[in-house]
Design a protein around this ligand. Structure first.
Ligand SMILES: CC(C)(COP(=O)(O)OP(=O)(O)OC[C@H]1O[C@@H](n2cnc3c(N)ncnc32)[C@H](O)[C@@H]1OP(=O)(O)O)[C@@H](O)C(=O)NCCC(=O)NCCS
Length: 181
């Protein structure tokens, strides 16, 4: 478990799954995600079983926020895939509870994940993919030091329109020099 101020990142429990079903069937949330038509509870359960068989570093983490003396589960995040030979990892994040958007949590969580990637997993490069029609996410990533690396042109088709898929990354040296400042 990783705790910083009001935020706690912890392993996902089976009891969390109904909340994922609720969030991942909300078009406002899935607009920026790969999935489009949502998940049933049965699909979430089978995803959960498959996830447990993956390496522990690639298990997504539940995001909890401490508010009014209780921890509230608001989403999930983590490394989707780590390539240990080349020391690079791909990050993902989804705050499903929209009441917690635009309050700085995403920014703080990304910092915690970068610290995990560089400070604990000893990665050289952390990257992510984001669709061009997700300016909130792009702004969040820029705030913690992700830079534009490339665009896969017209790679995402969503509700009748094509959007670019943007690749952003932070290098180890950039993260540590940013931390020193
Ligand atoms: C993307 C996400 C992780 C961001 O987390 P968050 O807690 O809402 O973000 P923060 O509050 O830390 O920062 C949001 C920033 O975007 C800005 N922003 C919000 N809407 C914006 C818009 N339409 N255009 C430009 N910037 C916008 C905010 O003003 C803030 O920047 P500021 O601090 O400079 O004012 C979260 O909203 C989320 O999970 N969304 C749904 C799923 C998703 O899209 N995941 C990302 C997939 S790549």
């Amino acid at each position: 478990m990783i705790i910083h101020d009001q935020i706690r990142l912890r392993p996902i429990e089976r009891e969390d799954l109904p909340r994922f079903v609720q969030w991942f069937n909300d078009p406002e949330v899935t607009k920026g995600l790969v999935l489009t038509t949502g998940f049933s509870l049965a699909e979430e359960e089978s995803w959960f079983e498959a996830m447990l068989k993956r390496p522990p570093e690639e298990h997504p983490l539940a995001i909890d926020v401490h508010q009014d003396d209780t921890w509230i589960h608001i989403g999930s995040c983590g490394f989707n895939k780590i390539d240990w030979r080349n020391r690079k990892g791909e990050l993902g994040i989804a705050i499903g509870n929209k009441a917690f958007w635009d309050r700085g949590f995403g920014t703080q969580i990304m910092r915690m994940l970068l610290e995990l990637g560089f400070g604990t997993y000893n990665l050289e490069r952390v990257f992510l993919r984001v669709y061009a029609n997700n300016p909130r996410a792009i702004r969040t990533y820029e705030k913690v030091g992700f830079v534009l690396e490339g665009r896969l042109r017209r790679a995402r088709y969503y509700q009748g329109q094509y959007y670019d898929e943007i690749i952003m990354s932070v290098l180890r040296s950039e993260w540590f020099s940013r931390k020193e400042q």
